[in-house]
Design a protein around this ligand. Structure first.
Ligand SMILES: [Zn+2]
Length: 62
């Protein structure tokens, strides 16, 4: 039956959770143009650039 072998320490659980968070945030890079965090292989949501050219024209640019 599925019974825990023993109590897992706080650190152990936290370490495992930290690994999950790492996985969740993996695939994120900083945009080469605006240096905002964005998903790799995706158009940057803040400046609309991908591969150093504008893909989504931004109307409100500072
Ligand atoms: Zn950007």
């Amino acid at each position: 039956m599925g019974v825990p072998q023993g109590r897992r320490s706080k650190a152990r659980g936290r370490r495992r959770r930290a690994e999950i968070m790492k996985l969740k945030t993996s695939g994120f890079v900083l945009c080469s143009k605006c240096h905002e965090p964005k998903q790799s292989h995706r158009v940057c949501p803040s400046c609309g650039y991908y591969k150093n050219r504008e893909v989504i024209p931004q109307e409100a640019q500072a």
